[in-house]
Design a protein around this ligand. Structure first.
Ligand code: F6P
Length: 342
């Protein structure tokens, strides 16, 4: 059979490893053929693609980004989007479409499946917020990068007796902030799941400093928001797809800490550094496993499914069940994290 694949949404370490897994399984075990649509759904709509074979995937395992490109374009943004998707699929004789993406891309994949397109999903995002799976690939790498940064900030914070605010990604959920905050020994971590009270943050820092510690790390997820009526923050702008452009809450928090406590405070916004570069060993393995499993599902014509990590194994789950609700940070982990707040 001939299979199409695409990568959609923000890029993520491990995308190329998934592509490599799909292609290897297709070519070497099934004798199937794979093509990669360029720039996400945009290439599918516009019939732009590249052939993918084992040779084209050489050296891909450790490589960040995606060789087929990605955008946030979706078929449902256009009146004739779905018809154009189907026309490309017919023209190219594609019998299965593997969609590698996050919340927005997979929701569109679910709608496409309902509209008769044979789809298999693969959950991607550094934010780790896709329902139905314990882990998305890319998350482990982002946590490692954020933890390394926090480790480095500790020593400079201690040398100068400063508070260091570190803003990490996580637009709806605080998985990266929570894991990196715990791993990096943060004094306080702020997540989107729990609106924060800046006074409580400052009290925490003051208590710690009163005990003779003069340096602190505060981790802030980009989607963290103050409790209503406690602090005014600027409204985020939106990109051309109506997607909120986050980033900046770390500056607000740092400014308030310095103004309210008098402690010298600096801010580091990690931003896209968390998404670039080579995946960790864990993400290489998970991406490879997802890629191989997605190709198996496609070959079995088990459409409308998503591959997912559950209890240590990769299984198929219904895509529709995964896109109804994003996955929040486990409340027990948030509680464990709070044990270390001063
Ligand atoms: O969805 C993953 C993510 O990395 C978010 O954490 C972040 O808010 C967003 O992508 C950034 O997107 P962009 O690359 O469009 O700025």
């Amino acid at each position: 059979m001939r299979v199409g694949l695409l990568t959609g949404g923000g890029d993520c370490p491990g995308l190329n490893a998934v592509i490599r897994g799909v292609v290897r399984k297709a070519e070497r075990e099934y004798g199937d053929e794979v093509i990669g649509f360029l720039d996400g759904y945009q290439g599918l709509i516009e019939d732009r693609w590249m052939p993918l074979d084992v040779e084209a995937c050489r050296g891909l395992l450790p490589r960040g980004g995606t060789i087929v490109g990605t955008t946030r374009v979706q078929p449902y943004m256009f009146i004739d989007g779905v018809d154009r998707v189907k026309a490309t699929m017919d023209r190219r004789e594609i019998e299965a479409l593997i969609v590698i993406g996050g919340e927005g891309t997979l929701s569109a994949a679910d709608r496409l499946h309902a509209d008769g397109v044979p789809v298999v999903g693969v959950p991607k995002t550094i934010d780790n917020d896709i329902g139905g799976t314990e882990m998305t690939f890319g998350f482990d790498t982002a946590v490692q990068i954020a933890t390394d940064a926090i480790d480095r900030l500790h020593t400079t914070a201690e040398s100068h007796n400063r508070v260091m605010v570190v803003e990490v990604m996580g637009r709806h959920v605080g998985h990266i902030a929570t894991w990196a905050g715990i791993a990096g020994g943060a004094t306080v971590t702020l997540v989107p799941e729990e609106p924060f009270d800046i006074d409580a943050v400052c009290r925490s820092l003051t208590r710690r400093h009163a005990r003779g510690r003069f340096a602190s790390i505060v981790v802030v997820a980009e989607g963290a928001r103050p409790a209503e009526g406690t602090l005014d923050i600027p409204e985020p702008g939106v990109d051309e797809y109506g997607h909120q452009r986050l980033g900046g809450i770390g500056n607000v928090v740092a400014h308030e800490i310095e103004a309210r406590t008098g402690y010298e405070t600096r801010v580091t916004v990690l931003g896209h550094v968390q998404r670039g570069g080579t995946p960790t060993a864990f993400d290489r393995v998970l991406s490879t496993w997802y890629g191989v499993a997605a190709m198996e599902a496609a070959h079995d014509r088990d459409f409308g499914t998503m591959v997912a990590l559950r209890s240590g194994e990769v299984v198929r789950v219904r895509l529709a069940e995964c896109v109804v609700q994003i996955k929040y940070t486990h409340p027990d982990l948030l509680a464990a994290m709070r044990t270390f707040f001063s």
